[in-house]
Write a protein of this length. Structure first.
Length: 157
């Protein structure tokens, strides 16, 4: 990847939740709930975490990596714009991530929620561009797998 200016990737992850779409949507849309599964993590300290959950609303967070990571003390930022919101059905966010002030990726992330009996099927589609020195598609997909596990713990308890 070092010789390329950008690497592009799309991946899809599917998860099933025991709770209805309204419960999953709440975990995507309510700032306190989203912070618990998306923001709080033993590998970093949350410096800022803000969500303006509406179409064109901005979502931004800033972390400082701690000693449990390869980059202790380094600041990681993420700024996103909510591109589309259909309550209990869909959330689309365009994100840009930077480490130590250097942007390394841009992504479009779509969450689709479909009722499944009493529960919900979630399809996450991640379309990303990874720039020089970026974490790359495999690491990003692994990160989303972990985040969706945390989402499941938030939603299904």
């Amino acid at each position: 990847m070092a010789d390329q200016l950008a690497v592009h990737s799309t991946f899809v992850i599917e998860r099933r939740f025991a709770k209805p779409p309204s419960a999953v949507f709440a975990a995507l849309s309510e700032p306190a709930k989203k912070r618990r599964w998306f923001g709080d993590n033993p590998n970093h300290d949350v410096l800022d975490f803000e969500i303006d959950f509406r179409v064109d609303g901005v979502e931004r967070w800033r972390y400082r990596m701690n000693a449990k990571t390869p980059f202790p003390g380094t600041e990681l930022t993420n700024i996103g714009v909510h591109m589309d919101i259909v309550p209990n059905r869909r959330v689309v966010i365009a994100y840009a991530m930077a480490m130590a002030g250097r942007r390394f990726s841009a992504s479009l992330v779509t969450f689709e929620l479909t009722p499944n009996g009493a529960g919900t099927d979630l399809i996450l589609t991640h379309q990303g561009g990874f720039f020089e020195g970026a974490d790359g598609p495999k690491m990003r997909e692994d990160g989303w797998q972990s985040l969706l596990g945390r989402l499941a713990a938030e939603v299904d308890g």
